[in-house]
Design a protein around this ligand. Structure first.
Ligand code: COA
Length: 142
């Protein structure tokens, strides 16, 4: 199998990325993926990374740094390419990019229903934090 390559997201990747997120079951009714992508592109931080194999998009990670923490969203690898180390490689690329910005720590959200992914983060040295996440929606997507 060829090797995955990684690059920053381009607007023309939108449909392929949304298909990927759908296949990876990351889409939820309360987040409009088009709006999520447009909001991310408006920040212009080049932290939205995709993975390709033979020119097909097979992976994504949308990261951010707010000056205190780094965050990672939409980490996904197409099911048929999972368990080959691509998710870990992408995570490590994102970690390096955040580190280059001086980011001291990373947090990420794992839905309580997404039990399978816990082994993946543990393997990549992420620990469950002793905090609860509070949220408040400022803009409804639909
Ligand atoms: C999480 C995800 C990005 C990992 O990508 P990946 O390329 O499979 O990861 P790697 O190959 O680097 O690591 C695989 C390891 O993670 C765990 N793992 C990953 N996917 C798994 C799955 N579907 N079932 C069970 N374990 C899984 C295992 O520990 C596995 O190690 P093993 O191969 O020795 O068993 C991928 O499974 C995915 O896209 N999942 C659906 C979307 C998702 O839940 N994203 C995370 C949102 S918080």
């Amino acid at each position: 199998m060829s090797k995955a390559t990684f690059r920053k997201f381009k607007k023309s990747d939108t449909e392929a990325i949304i298909k990927l997120w759908k296949k990876c079951k990351l889409l939820v009714p309360w987040n409009d993926p088009y709006k999520d992508i447009n909001r991310k592109l408006s920040i212009k931080d080049n932290l939205f990374i995709i993975g390709e194999m033979n020119k097909h998009i097979i992976a994504s990670a949308m990261a951010g740094y707010d000056g205190h923490r780094g965050y990672i969203y939409y980490l996904a690898v197409l099911p048929e390419y999972q368990k080959k180390g691509i998710g870990s490689s992408l995570l490590s690329i994102v970690e390096k990019k955040l580190l280059q910005l001086g980011c001291p720590k990373i947090n990420l959200f794992v839905r309580n229903t997404n039990i399978r992914v816990k082994a993946f983060y543990k393997m990549n040295d992420y620990e469950i934090q002793d905090s609860q996440i509070y949220g408040k929606r400022l803009i409804e997507d639909n």
